[in-house]
Design a protein. Structure first.
Length: 195
């Protein structure tokens, strides 16, 4: 059982990908709301959320991106890559870019994170994973997936990822598929996030 600790002070922040770089910064509560840039992570995925624990921040490099051809033509169109694993950067909260640990998981898109915490050698994250539509062969239906997300047709379920810092392995599992309609915007008392 994880002890609940109210977290105060600095908190992590994520930004939209700009020019193929996903920026990670930390904001500090110095009464001025200043942001202190940390580093950029190359990638064009569209992270919508992030997670943090007492010790780590988890950034999402997911299988959803802007369609490169449409983007070059000045259009906004999403594209899901069903063969591209979802990647998660686990970073010490007070670390630097040299300490990023990458973990891979099944291709997916995560709308919101519910919570994350440290559990021994693992960082555990629970979030709202979009259900992956499948074609008749059982493969991810990439076009239907991207359109559903673009039109906010939310079909998410509660899912867990465990990132083992000792072995470098990811374990993932469905927690609950019965709360699909309410899993898109979970609420957690903010002072308990990451605990």
């Amino acid at each position: 059982m994880t002890d609940v600790v109210w977290l105060t002070g600095g908190y992590p922040w994520d930004g939209d990908p700009v020019g193929g770089i996903f920026f990670y910064e930390k904001k500090y509560d110095d009464r001025k709301g200043t942001k202190k840039p940390q580093y950029g992570i190359a990638g064009t995925s569209l992270p919508h959320d992030m997670a943090f624990t007492k010790k780590y921040t988890v950034l999402h490099d997911l299988s959803l991106t802007y369609d490169p051809d449409a983007f070059k033509a000045g259009r906004h169109k999403l594209r899901f890559f069903g063969e591209r694993p979802a990647r998660f950067a686990v970073i010490p909260r007070h670390g630097d870019a040299s300490q990023i640990r990458w973990f891979e998981a099944e291709p997916c898109f995560i709308y919101h994170v519910i919570n994350a915490w440290d559990d021994g050698d693992e960082v555990v994250m629970v979030g709202c994973r979009y259900r992956t539509p499948r074609d008749l062969s059982g493969a991810p239906d990439e076009e239907r997936y991207a359109k559903a997300i673009a039109h906010l047709q939310i079909d998410a379920y509660v899912y867990e990822w465990r990132f083992n810092l000792r072995t470098g392995q990811t374990r993932e599992r469905l927690i609950d598929d019965q709360v699909a309609r309410c899993a898109s915007s979970p609420i957690l008392v903010s002072g308990m996030a990451g605990a």
